[in-house]
Design a protein around this ligand. Structure first.
Ligand SMILES: NC(=O)c1ccc[n+]([C@@H]2O[C@H](COP(=O)([O-])OP(=O)(O)OC[C@H]3O[C@@H](n4cnc5c(N)ncnc54)[C@H](O)[C@@H]3O)[C@@H](O)[C@H]2O)c1
Length: 291
């Protein structure tokens, strides 16, 4: 089996064209890679095509990209429902629906279809890559490559190795993230929530406790995080942006893995989710937003 190498990466396959996959595909195309975005849903692919073209148009209008660069990026992008595109992919980033059965099926197929040198990564926030590594038949070439939302903007990429991930896989994945204009960090153990979501959860937990005890208002807690700690957003603003349903889901998944009382979903968040207050996307979360 040939060893993964950064020089071998010309064609990147992104599996899943939702919120994350579509933007990851554009990030890679803007960095000069040939990219195929695959999804089982024609509608999602059409929506992704439309959103990426609009995003590029807006970037050109704002002077963030030239029209030539935008056209070239679009020409490097292909959209398909056929996973057979994996047959000439050098690197795969799976960003499909967060369900283990779906991801295991995808990794089984990728293991059969992708060339022997291809590295297979998952963008999953809650599922460590060890859960899909065996299905691929090449566990040493599998790791998490965890982008943040919105992937076009956020610089951090957590590269999370599992016990069998090879050093070559880690090095190539870190280097690819740099070539995509990101600032990757290496996570040496598959802990639930990795690093960023654990830090975020800790800050949120304190913020929720302070608010519940009536120590300060939502707005003042958010203002303190920004002006005293230098956070670009306060914890409540961030929860509303990420989506309270997403935060609740991550907590449920973390709790299912650790069994720790401290990791249980916070009742105040669950209550907002039940009431349909999911954050910015529904116009009401901790705060109200003009729709
Ligand atoms: N949304 C976030 O904030 C965020 C941040 C970081 C990581 N992630 C991770 O990224 C992944 C995708 O999340 P998302 O928010 O983009 O989800 P999404 O629901 O927006 O998109 C998922 C896409 O996967 C497609 N899909 C489902 N089954 C498939 C299959 N068998 N083959 C190909 N495509 C398939 C769906 O049609 C859909 O278009 C998840 O693993 C999630 O944990 C999400």
């Amino acid at each position: 089996m040939s060893k993964p190498a950064i020089e071998n990466i010309r064609h990147i396959l992104v599996v899943g064209s939702g919120a994350m996959g579509s933007q990851i595909g554009l990030v890679a195309a803007l960095a000069g890679y040939r990219v195929t975005v695959q999804d089982i849903s024609e509608e999602m692919l059409e929506a992704a095509k439309f959103q990426l073209a609009s995003r590029l148009k807006a970037n050109v209008a704002k002077g963030k990209a030239t029209a030539d660069d935008a056209d070239a990026a679009l020409r490097r992008l292909t959209f398909t429902t056929n996973l057979a595109a994996a047959a000439d992919a050098d690197f795969v980033i799976e960003a499909a629906t967060e369900r283990l059965d779906i991801k295991q099926q995808i990794f089984t197929r990728l293991g059969e279809l992708a060339p022997a040198h291809a590295i297979l990564t998952t963008n999953s926030s809650t599922l460590g890559s060890s859960k899909v590594a065996d299905a691929s038949g090449r566990p040493e070439q599998v790791c998490n490559m965890h982008f943040f939302n919105p992937a076009l903007v956020m610089k951090c990429v957590e590269v999370v190795r599992h016990r069998q991930t090879s050093d070559a896989t880690v090095e190539v994945t870190l280097e690819l993230a740099r070539r995509l204009g990101k600032e990757p960090v290496l996570i040496n153990q598959e802990v639930p929530g990795f690093v960023a979501n654990r830090l975020m959860a800790a800050v949120q937990k304190e913020a929720l406790a302070l608010h519940a005890a009536g120590v300060a208002t939502l707005a003042d807690i958010d203002a303190t995080a920004k002006s005293a700690l230098g956070h670009p957003m306060g914890p409540f603003e961030l929860m509303d942006m990420v989506g309270l349903d997403v935060i609740d889901f991550i907590a449920q998944a973390t709790h299912a893995q650790t069994g720790e009382e401290a990791d249980r979903p916070h009742p105040a968040i669950t209550e907002l989710v039940v009431r349909g207050r999911l954050g910015r996307k529904t116009g009401h979360g901790w705060y109200r937003y003009a729709q």
